[in-house]
Design a protein around this ligand. Structure first.
Ligand code: BG6
Ligand code: MG
Length: 219
């Protein structure tokens, strides 16, 4: 189905952050790769794909499992903290307007057409990134990794976002670049548009290469 039609039919649009609005998915990958290198684990894009949408702690646990490393909880906290420091060094370079193609045009369109706009992200750094790139004020609600206790594919993050903007889940559409996020949206009974250049995702209602493709449609 056409992505623009799905959005036009919705009352609220819930955005994932990393890899949908901003190009930070690559920063996460670089920071995890640097960490994995410390214990000689060859972390590639194949493994990285499985970490998209997954919380920092759950991501670290997966990497340690793949690397066959069993370490105490305190050391895990240090590793997660190092990864986040490296990640934030890359985020610090971001400037106003550093968003993925089509982001501003779509956000303006949603405002003009009276949609509720929400963020549904696993990241604990979400507000910082929205502020740095200058798009925070578009959002009626922000639900991030600080507000949820269960990672995608659990629907908690999207259900909370819908509740914050006062819209029934069936009238929400989620924009996602991660399989875990698509599953979370479906579990929340929402429609989902996949933002997926590599054509690796499944089970979505519509797929676009990037947000810039959505408004071109005249369906
Ligand atoms: C998600 C990313 O948006 O946020 C994951 O797709 C990341 O890769 C997760 O692990 C948590 O992010 P942060 O910024 O809290 O470490
Ligand atoms: Mg993402």
């Amino acid at each position: 189905m056409d992505a623009k039609k799905i959005i036009d039919e919705a009352t609220a649009v819930i955005f994932d952050l990393d890899g949908v609005l901003v190009d930070t998915a690559v920063f996460h990958y670089q920071a995890w790769k640097r960490l994995a290198h410390q214990f000689d684990f060859d972390f590639t894009e194949v493994e990285n794909e499985q970490l998209k949408g997954v919380s920092r702690t759950d991501s670290l646990n997966l990497i340690l499992k793949w690397a066959n490393k069993d370490i105490p909880a305190q050391e895990k906290e240090q590793l997660a903290s190092s990864k986040n420091t490296w990640y934030l060094e890359l985020v610090e370079e971001m400037k106003e307007g550093d968003v993925l193609p089509g982001t501003i045009e779509l956000l303006n369109y949603l405002k003009e057409t009276g949609k509720k706009i929400a963020l549904g992200s696993a990241s604990k750094n979400a507000v910082r990134i929205l502020e740095k790139t200058g798009i925070r004020d578009y959002f009626d609600a922000i639900v991030d990794g600080n507000a949820v206790s269960r990672s995608k594919p659990d629907p908690e993050v999207f259900l909370k976002a819908a509740a914050f903007v006062g819209v029934e889940p069936v009238a929400c559409v989620v924009l996602e670049d991660a399989q875990a996020g698509i599953e979370a949206a479906k579990a929340a009974n929402m429609r989902v548009v996949a933002v997926d250049k590599s054509r690796t995702l499944t089970d979505y209602d519509s797929r676009v290469e990037d947000l810039g493709e959505i408004l071109i449609s005249e369906y």
